[in-house]
Write a protein that binds this ligand. Structure first.
Ligand SMILES: [Zn+2]
Length: 114
């Protein structure tokens, strides 16, 4: 039922203004940029999932994303806690990725650098 309310917020002129402003000031996909790719953003997403929280919905940080990142990585991040995107250096772009938790990231990044 709280999501009926979210639908109403999303349909409001106030939200559309916020989206327009976000895309005007941050026109590139944030997640593409992390991978060294320049792509124009078409979707605005809450950095912290608002889950119906009015304060977060209206005042939480927004990220500009391309459509494919919004539908894939973002949902993956919300369900798994991390994304599986790989950056230009061949390492996962998300520091929450299990790769970094396993503690092997440092040795692999600096071979022989003990
Ligand atoms: Zn993207």
């Amino acid at each position: 039922m709280v999501y009926d309310e979210v639908e109403r917020w999303r349909g409001s002129a106030r939200w559309r203004r916020r989206v327009r402003f976000q895309l005007a000031t941050n026109p590139l996909c944030r997640m593409c940029a992390e991978q060294g790719v320049v792509a124009s953003a078409t979707v605005v997403d809450h950095v912290i999932p608002h889950r119906g929280d009015q304060q977060l919905f209206w005042f939480g940080d927004l990220a500009s994303l391309c459509a494919s990142h919004h539908s894939k990585d973002k949902q993956q991040a919300e369900t798994k806690g991390y994304t599986t995107a790989i950056g230009a250096d061949g390492y996962p772009t998300d520091v929450q990725h299990p790769f970094y938790r396993a503690g092997c990231a440092e040795t692999k990044r600096h071979p022989g650098g003990e």
